[in-house]
Design a protein around this ligand. Structure first.
Ligand SMILES: Cc1cc2nc3c(=O)[nH]c(=O)nc-3n(C[C@H](O)[C@H](O)[C@H](O)COP(=O)(O)O)c2cc1C
Length: 319
């Protein structure tokens, strides 16, 4: 755990949400994030990434931010192929996804589905860390505690300790928890005691108080810390945690909303596709507007820009 005075904040990857349009709007309007993690790419025998992934990771679409691409695979040669391409694009640090709980991903032995395959995991890590040392690139790991049982974590930490992992990001849940239920804090406490690489906490931080409570439970400052849904639900959370702002500034939120909405309109059509993306965000933002549940309900039903905009207008004022 890094013990510096200044709080460092990482933005967790959320597939379908924190793509480059969201990241750029966030970075310009809110900032105060030290590293952004891109949603995973999943290389195949044919290619490292889809055209959409390539656009998302294109350095020209991600200027002025520290972006870490993430790879989801259980095949070392596919990881190395994709990492080599990312290195050619200018990336010096790459994250390995060992946490994705999705059924289709886990059924292929990827994400959290890789965690119980410890012999295979060791030889995979042998391969990718041999590559990283040669290529001069850093590899971090984002993991859960285990697949079936949190006690798997004891073996996993021992495995991870054998590699030069640049940062070990732990979401203290098992696969079957998905993103719900109590955080299994005692296992992160075990990692604080036993992990040899820099350790990053991730999970269920929605307020500065949540972070303070966890830091006092762990008896250590959690810096860097990785935030996901909390930063989407309240985009000013990073500046609140850093002591830069106290309140949620609605004018700023409106600018954030409008930027994302207009940028999606430039690259997507028809209305319904843009509105699908916006509604996904409103499923997080709606908690800021609990007194306006009628408008939120109407907004979530909108099929045309005009209907959507009239709901947003009533919540936030003119677009
Ligand atoms: C919709 C959604 C998409 C996600 N996509 C990714 C992903 O692409 N890669 C990844 O490592 N984690 C992904 N996650 C997990 C988050 O990065 C994070 O670990 C999780 O939300 C817990 O942190 P939080 O409580 O701060 O949100 C996703 C989570 C959600 C809810």
């Amino acid at each position: 755990m890094q013990e510096t005075g200044a709080q460092s904040i990482y933005f967790a990857p959320l597939e379908g949400i924190t793509g480059y349009i969201f990241r750029n709007a966030y970075n310009e309007i809110y900032g105060n994030v030290d590293k952004y993690f891109a949603p995973f790419i999943s290389p195949t025998g044919r290619s490292s990434m889809t055209p959409r992934d390539r656009r998302d990771l294109d350095p020209d679409n991600n200027t002025g931010m520290n972006l870490i691409p993430q790879i989801l695979t259980c095949d070392a040669s596919l990881f190395i192929m994709a990492a080599g391409e990312l290195q050619d694009m200018g990336y010096k640090e790459i994250d390995l996804n060992l946490g994705c709980p999705s059924g289709t991903v886990c059924a292929k032995g990827k994400g959290a589905g890789f965690l119980p395959e410890t012999a295979k995991l060791r030889s995979f890590l042998d391969g990718i860390y041999a590559f990283s040392e040669n290529a001069g690139i850093k590899i971090s790991v984002k993991t859960r505690l285990g697949y079936y049982d949190p006690e798997e974590f004891f073996d996993l930490i021992e495995i991870f300790n054998a590699y030069p992992i640049s940062e070990l990001i732990v979401h203290p849940r098992i696969r079957g928890d998905f993103y719900k239920g109590e955080i299994r804090r005692e296992y992160f406490a075990y990692a604080i005691e036993h992990a040899v690489c820099p350790l990053i906490y991730n999970g269920d931080i929605y307020t500065p108080q949540d972070l303070e409570d966890l830091s006092s439970y762990f008896k250590t400052p959690l810096s860097p810390v990785m935030l996901g849904r909390g930063l989407i639900t309240d985009p000013s959370l990073a500046s609140k945690i850093k002591g830069i702002s106290k309140d949620t500034d609605m004018a700023r939120f409106k600018e954030f909303h409008d930027t994302i909405y207009h940028e999606y309109q430039k690259v997507m059509s028809p209305d319904i596709n843009v509105l699908y993306k916006m509604k996904e965000l409103w499923s997080y933002w709606s908690s800021m507007f609990s007194d306006n549940s009628r408008d939120i309900k109407k907004l979530l039903k909108a099929k045309k820009y005009a209907d959507y905009e009239s709901c947003v207008y009533s919540l936030l004022g003119h677009l």
